[in-house]
Design a binder for this molecule. Structure first.
Ligand code: ME8
Length: 522
């Protein structure tokens, strides 16, 4: 395998202060679809997710639960593993920041920054929002009608005064701007890139990177009064997972620098400004790309615990079906934009795209083969007509189109390309009307159904990253050998052989019943 066929991608590591919700599922799902796509495309993929377990926010949640923080994080972290199982995520590793190897990596990066002269001891006085685990400037804080001072994110801010180590971020402005300039794809989408560039152009202040007022974190090397700022600890997870500080290890040599950090727009600054500066300061190559996706609302409302409208991924899977949820999340909203999770939109996608377009296509073709050809794969005899070529070419062209779109993390566009072939196939069935042609021309009917099987086979192979289970069932219906389902098998050499016995068809995407469809909200 050549070097360029390796791909390392990460999700944020999620705070264990709370149960996982649909937003967490979304980010990891996007990574999962990409990881699966790259694997099918012959890449050696390392897909990392995990939990962020230190800091004041987690410590407070543990206290509120009346638990020791380690026992608390053990418990809540498990919920994120459960989510990964329930969502059928294919992550290769799950990291927890309370693992001993991670303390070692965090201390090593600290030491490297210290040795390179980027850390000094001072004292911090200013605003801190525990919910965001972030420091804010005076001019960013506004007092609400309730008298509470809040950060722009809405998180409550408190005044903090304590001794602190600082990272010399103020000196990084020019290097960061030069880095963004030299690496135009480093931050995506472009609108987010512009935001970051203007933020950095506005000037950077040195960053407080240690705290003394609580204990739940990685101790600062040689100064036990301080623990590391949770974001320095958290970001380092991406390096820990590939064996940092053992930079000679096979994993580090193979996978670093990371190809993609997928994040929500809320934490872009940490990834696109602080993280490359920390890494360059420690003498480590920065990652290749950060993609910041948008925010989900619930029926038009901000999702929040206080409003009580958190969308529980376990519940929506139960209600709509796993692959239906996976499809909806990646299809409904252009990746990068904000989106609204509504019951109505979900039902429209399930009944329209899945049941009517794809489900019907598969069901019609499989049933006609049962009925007219005794359930065995017909031969494409009598020559290909233009209409057959058009459809087969469209299906063959899917991989290239999807590859481009997946590399740009335009998941919705990849799915759109697949659906344009699905619709083309449905139009072909309608025009060729095998139910009519079977009466006078069995040979042509066989050719039409064979064209459709080869089209559906390609569509289902390309759909596996998005809907692994359902795409697998479609391929089962076409009796496609499980060992011949990668992108290398898309060519006609791997067509379903003539005479193959196909199993009895069973619908892959049931319609949602109207009474359920009529309910107001998820
Ligand atoms: O920020 N819509 O963890 P976190 C879309 N521990 N995505 C959402 C979302 C929503 N409504 N809500 C959450 C942290 N997310 C840090 C990260 S990384 C080194 C440390 C997703 O548990 C989105 O990916 O608050 C967001 O960036 C992430 O969850 C925040 O998760």
């Amino acid at each position: 395998m050549s070097d360029d066929k390796r791909f390392y991608l990460t999700t944020p590591i999620y705070y264990v202060n709370d149960a996982p919700h649909i937003g967490h599922a979304y980010t990891t799902l996007a990574c999962d679809a990409l990881a699966r796509f790259m694997r099918l495309d012959g890449y050696d993929v390392f897909f990392l997710t995990g939990t962020d377990e230190h800091g004041q926010k987690v410590e407070k949640s543990a206290q509120a639960a009346g638990m020791d923080p380690q026992a608390f994080t053990d418990r809540v972290s498990e919920n994120f593993r459960e989510l990964a199982k329930a969502m059928n995520f294919s992550n290769d590793a799950f990291i927890r920041t309370t693992e001993p190897r991670h303390a070692r990596a965090s201390q090593a990066i600290w030491q490297a920054l210290m040795d390179n002269g980027h850390i000094y001891l001072g004292s911090y006085s200013g605003w801190y929002a525990v919910r965001d685990e972030a420091f804010y400037d005076e001019n960013e804080i506004a007092e609400g009608e309730d008298g509470i001072r809040r950060a722009p994110s809405g998180a409550e801010a408190e005044w903090v005064e304590e001794p602190s180590y600082f990272f010399d971020l103020s000196k990084w402005q020019d290097r960061l701007l030069a880095f963004y300039e030299a690496n135009p794809d480093f931050i995506a989408p472009p609108s987010r890139r512009n935001e970051v560039v203007s933020f950095v152009k506005g000037g950077l202040k040195d960053l407080s990177i240690s705290r003394t007022s609580f204990k739940w974190g990685v101790p600062v090397p040689d100064d036990a009064d301080h623990i590391m700022y949770v974001w320095l600890d958290a970001l380092t997870n991406y390096a820990t997972a590939v064996d940092y500080p053992d930079t000679d290890s096979p994993d580090f040599s193979m996978y670093w620098p990371c190809d993609l950090h997928m994040v929500g727009k809320d934490i872009l600054r940490f990834h696109a400004v602080y993280w490359p500066a920390f890494l360059m300061g420690a003498g480590i190559d920065p990652p290749k790309r950060i993609f910041a996706h948008g925010w989900w609302t619930n029926e038009g409302q901000k999702i929040s615990k206080s409003i009580g409208n958190i969308i529980d991924p376990f519940e929506v899977i139960e209600r709509y079906g796993l692959d239906q949820v996976r499809y909806f999340l990646l299809r409904e909203v252009p990746f990068g934009n904000d989106g609204d999770f509504s019951h109505r939109a979900m039902v429209n996608r399930i009944n329209g795209d899945l049941a009517n377009d794809l489900g019907n296509l598969v069901q019609r073709v499989a049933s006609m083969i049962q009925r007219y050809f005794d359930g065995t794969m017909p031969v494409h005899a009598g020559g290909h007509r233009d209409a057959d070529h058009e459809l087969l070419d469209a299906a063959s062209g899917l991989l290239e189109t999807c590859r481009d779109r997946m590399r740009a993390q335009a998941f919705h566009e990849a799915l759109d390309a697949v659906w344009s072939v699905v619709r083309q196939a449905n139009a072909y069935v309608d025009r060729q009307a095998p139910w009519a042609s079977i009466k006078e021309d069995r040979v042509r009917t066989g050719a039409v159904l064979a064209t459709l099987v080869q089209t559906i086979r390609r569509v289902a192979i390309v759909l596996q990253p998005f809907m692994p289970e359902s795409a697998g069932r479609i391929l089962d219906q076409l009796a496609v050998d499980p060992g011949r389902r990668t992108f290398a098998n898309l060519g006609s050499a791997d067509n379903v052989p003539v005479g193959t016995a196909l199993p009895k068809p069973s619908p892959v995407f049931p319609r949602m019943q109207e009474e359920t469809a009529g309910e107001a909200s998820a």
